[in-house]
Design a binder for this molecule. Structure first.
Ligand SMILES: Cc1ncc(COP(=O)(O)O)c(C=O)c1O
Length: 395
């Protein structure tokens, strides 16, 4: 029996090595990785530039805490804020922590402006923002909350992509509206342009901050570095994590100038946040993104990936419904209720790793460096599992 806590339903496979879009298990089997550590391994596995940056940084400086300055975090903050048009960056270790910081910042921002009653954090139905108490309170799915109550006060939900409901929901008590431009966990739902545009206007009119949770859909997954660039709507705060350092633990909150003074010394912090090794890895990631022109690549390859899934759904209408997604974040809904995990397990046995998502979907978040050869393999693997499931049931 494993000594690991039983809080994950881990698949019965042990990986020992990765390279590019492939993972290898302890028996030497290869798997085409179309979930990428849940939207983390944007450059693929064991990328030499990341490995070199980590090794060089490990030999130079590993930790000093946030009592002092160090070069990798300072440079990363400058790179991210310049590229995104923000004033300041706060670094932490994960997505949930990035959202915690954003939520705290939003409340403190209102407090410092003399509006201590402006405390509501408004989120969307279908949202997922993480497992810590603040992030969990902003997460819509009640299944994640059962037995963990009481939840934090001051969180409310409005239907995703419903402009009229949003008009009624943002008011003088709203500190911030937090939204994923593309919801990942709920089964890949893309925000409508009009919804995000109206959210921007309403937040401006009514004095609330607009937070985009780009933890899953950002860092180039939709093509541009930031998901908001793909929608042309600029938030006041962006939260990032997952792919930022291509597998090293780091989260970031990027903050516009008018909100950046909300947190002052002593207001918030993290011992490890933005420590030298993950920061160096994130800088290497940004450099390789530029060299490979991944923004351009993802726009094209993402369309081809989506077209491949649509082709599969068309060819197997009894098995799959129409795929949803953008860039390289896609969901393929499985028609027969509650079997998406079974289909994913079946695909894994045949060498293709996919995730699952809400609404009985298969989820795809492959490395952004995926090419046409890998897409052809995914197509080939996706064609077969239902035949096998049907055979299994018939026996
Ligand atoms: C949109 C979004 N926000 C927040 C999180 C939480 O990130 P982490 O698991 O790093 O805490 C996730 C993780 O899946 C996510 O997809």
């Amino acid at each position: 029996m494993s000594a690991l806590l039983g809080n994950y339903a881990r698949a019965p496979v042990t990986f020992v090595r990765g390279e590019g879009c492939y993972l290898y298990d302890d028996a030497g089997n290869a798997y085409l990785d179309c979930i990428g550590g849940i939207a983390v391994c944007a450059l693929g596995h064991a990328h030499p530039a990341i490995a070199d940056a980590v090794a060089a940084q490990a030999r130079t400086l590993v930790h000093v805490s946030n009592l002092y300055h160090h070069e990798p975090a300072g440079t990363l903050a400058r790179e991210l804020t310049t590229r995104g048009g923000f004033a300041s960056a706060f670094f932490c270790n994960s997505g949930a922590e990035a959202n915690e910081a954003a939520i705290k910042l939003a409340r403190k921002h209102a407090f410092r402006r003399g509006e201590p009653e402006r405390t509501t954090i408004l989120a969307c139905t279908g949202s997922f923002h993480g497992r810590t108490y603040g992030a969990l309170a902003a997460t819509a799915n009640d299944a994640y909350k059962v037995g963990f109550g009481p939840m934090l006060d001051g969180f409310a939900f409005t239907p995703f992509n419903d402009v009229a409901a949003l008009e009624a929901a943002i008011d003088e008590r709203t500190a911030a509206f937090i939204v994923e431009p593309v919801q990942g966990e709920s089964g890949v739902h893309v925000a409508e342009q009009a919804f995000l545009e109206r959210a921007r206007a309403l937040c401006d009119e009514r004095g609330a901050l607009l937070i985009f949770d780009e933890i899953q859909c950002g860092m180039g997954r939709l093509g541009p570095l930031f998901a908001f660039e793909s929608f042309g709507v600029r938030p006041d705060i962006v939260t990032m994590a997952k792919a930022l350092a291509n597998g090293l633990p780091i989260g970031a909150v990027l903050i516009a100038e008018h909100a950046a003074a909300a947190l002052q010394p002593g207001d918030h912090g993290s011992t490890f946040g933005g420590s030298p090794i993950p920061a160096a890895a994130a800088l290497a990631h940004l450099r390789v993104r530029d060299e490979l022109d991944l923004a351009e690549h993802v726009e094209h390859i993402g369309n081809r990936f989506g077209a491949m899934l649509a082709e599969i759904a068309d060819a197997h209408p009894d098995s799959y419904a129409t795929p949803r997604g953008r860039g390289l974040l896609w969901a393929l809904p499985v028609r027969e209720p509650r079997i998406a995990s079974q289909v994913a397990a079946d695909l894994r046995e045949r060498g293709l790793l996919v995730g699952t998502g809400g609404g009985n979907t298969l989820r795809f978040a492959p490395p952004l460096v995926i090419g046409d050869e890998e897409i052809a393999r995914v197509r080939e693997k996706l064609r077969a599992p239902f035949d096998r499931l049907r055979v299994t049931r018939a026996l």
